[in-house]
Design a protein around this ligand. Structure first.
Ligand code: NAD
Length: 281
């Protein structure tokens, strides 16, 4: 049976974006969030985004109200009765495992459980359930309505049917699914974070200023954005967390987080969200 109802756990940056794209593409969306303010913020952000898209002629005006009508707040039990649940709560393994366990207990046997984690092992989350074959990763990129990629993560026990179902779902959302195996950082962050880390080493060692490092990567390597501007956008604390996962899980010094990154995070210079990172905002 094709997936029709999707629950999204967590209505933060990613959950709101995922819910919007699902509703826009005709899915019934159950949004499960434990902070009422976050739920209200998400709804307002989705409405504003859709309205802007309609004003610019990118989507028909009728799609705004139709999409909003498909979005419903839900408790855990209602979330668990969807055809598929996408978990997008904060990047904390204990929290995610607990949610997977609770959903597994409540959900009908056919329900698929997927996580939007950036770095936590899908195999470890699946092991908290009695349905590891029906668990997978769907790693959406930020901002979800704009970025085409969904990195589909195959855990050790994930079945071919589950992979096919989540690939088909991503395609129905107009996204480009790419399947990878469950390894630390998957592919996206395993390739991106060492580049960002190396750019920070260049700044720390006085090889070049942030503007120069970014200009080299933009006009020399055709990157749309320099690695340091991108790190500021992602959040330097997030970059540090992911590098720590890579460093720990591979036990390889090539992923050692740059001391300058650690110092900046300790100082509260987190990038755009704090007003200052490698650049001032
Ligand atoms: P966020 O902090 O913006 O949102 C998380 C939301 O989950 C919050 O609103 C919080 O109140 C809610 N929440 C916490 N516990 C909950 C529970 N038990 N039930 C329901 N809701 C709960 O975080 P985010 O940036 O949206 O990240 C979410 C996930 O997506 C993380 O795993 C992160 O690694 C991943 N991710 C983030 C990005 C990014 O750029 N922000 C990109 C790709 C993947």
């Amino acid at each position: 049976m094709p997936i029709q109802t999707v629950a999204v756990m967590g209505a933060g940056t990613m959950g709101a974006g995922i819910a919007q794209v699902l509703a826009q593409h005709g899915f019934e969306v159950r949004l499960c969030e434990n902070q009422p303010e976050a739920l209200a913020r998400a709804r307002a952000a989705i409405e504003a985004q859709l309205t802007r898209a309609a004003e610019r002629g990118k989507i028909p005006a009728t799609l705004v109200t139709e999409s909003l009508a498909r979005l419903r707040p839900a408790g855990l039990e209602q979330a668990a009765s969807a055809d598929l649940v996408i978990e997008a709560v904060p990047e904390k393994i204990e929290l995610k495992r607990e949610i997977f366990q609770q959903l597994d207990r409540m959900a009908p046997p056919a329900t698929l459980l997927v996580s939007n984690t950036s770095s936590i092992s899908i195999t470890a989350l699946a092991a908290a359930t009695r349905r590891p074959a029906q668990c997978a990763g769907m790693h959406f990129m930020n901002p979800v309505p704009v970025m085409p990629l969904v990195e589909i993560v195959r855990g050790l026990e994930t079945s071919e049917e589950t992979i096919a179902a989540v690939q088909a779902l991503a395609a129905r959302l107009g996204k480009i699914p790419v399947v990878v195996r469950d390894f630390p950082g998957f592919v996206s962050n395993r390739v991106l974070m060492p580049m960002i880390n190396e750019a920070i080493y260049c700044v720390m060692e006085g090889v070049a200023a942030p503007e120069a490092v970014d200009e080299i990567m933009k006009s020399g390597m055709h990157h749309p954005m320099g690695p340091l501007a991108l790190a500021d956008l992602i959040g330097l604390d997030i970059c540090l967390d992911i590098l720590r996962v890579l460093y720990r899980d591979f036990a390889d010094s090539k992923y050692r987080p740059c001391p300058l990154l650690q110092t900046m995070v300790a100082a509260g210079r987190l990038g755009r969200k704090s007003g200052r990172g490698f650049y001032q905002y």
